[in-house]
Design a protein around this ligand. Structure first.
Ligand SMILES: *Cc1c(COP(=O)(O)O)cnc(C)c1O
Length: 240
């Protein structure tokens, strides 16, 4: 291809395709290595700080599930992209009780449930014309004070509470393991999450989602049963 022709392809678009394909390959490779079915690992595109135009580009390539961390930023993009009717919005950031209404009204999923009060408010505020809000309980697996989420020992009680809310559908667990853990610590945290997920699944038929793994640890997460990897940087490039 002559250089002039090549230059006509906007660089941002061609590299987005490359990054998207690369992430899909990484997921497929990781699943293959542990004899898991690739189709059981979903990719959530984490679009925080990225413009609606970048989300629209990735949507055109076939991606449907997008994750946002900040309520107002997410709601703004949801409005800008309302014409994409089958797009699926996940709220994945820490959630304060004065922001639950926006999440209940605009998102399909909330992955960061960490207390009864938040669950009750989301349930009460979920509009009746919408399907139940799909929810994950966030587990703070490495007990880091900087992170939201409950301790594993509190999972059963919160799961029971959530499962009683008729406008919420309990789908599983989300976790953000410590970034700088040793290989041994990492292994232990992932194994604990996998076990907790399997136990929850045995109790609640609606549970099918272990949201674990980001750009840098997706292979390890998939090896430990992750069914949803949340990928930001590897898809959209570094954030400011
Ligand atoms: C930002 C974020 C991600 C994506 O992280 P990357 O390392 O950019 O892939 C995933 N999950 C949560 C909860 C996040 O806040």
């Amino acid at each position: 291809m002559p250089p002039e022709t090549q230059a006509k392809t906007p660089a941002s678009i061609s590299s987005l395709i490359e990054r998207w394909q690369s992430v899909q390959l990484q997921v497929a490779d990781a699943a293959k290595k542990c004899n898991r079915d690739t189709s059981l690992v979903r990719i959530l595109a984490v679009s925080k700080t990225k413009p609606a135009s970048a989300i629209a580009e990735l949507y055109q390539l076939g991606q449907r599930a997008f994750g946002e961390n900040y309520v107002q930023e997410g709601v703004d993009k949801i409005h800008q992209l309302q014409h994409l009717s089958d797009i699926e919005w996940h709220f994945i950031g820490p959630l304060q009780s004065n922001k639950t209404k926006d999440v209940a009204e605009h998102f399909a999923w909330c992955q960061s449930i960490d207390r009864d009060k938040i669950a009750r408010r989301l349930n009460d505020q979920r509009p009746h014309h919408l399907p139940p809000l799909q929810v994950l309980i966030q587990v703070n697996i490495d007990d880091e004070s900087s992170k939201s989420g409950i301790a594993l020992r509190d999972l059963d009680a919160l799961a029971e509470f959530v499962s009683q809310q008729s406008n919420l559908n309990l789908r599983g667990i989300m976790a953000i393991p410590k970034a700088n853990a040793s290989a041994e610590e990492q292994q232990q945290s992932y194994a604990q999450l996998q076990l907790a997920f399997m136990q929850l699944q045995a109790q609640y038929p609606s549970v099918d989602t272990l949201s674990l793994g980001m750009s840098s640890d997706l292979a390890a997460a998939i090896a430990h049963g992750s069914t949803m990897v949340r990928i930001g940087t590897a898809l959209f490039g570094a954030r400011q």
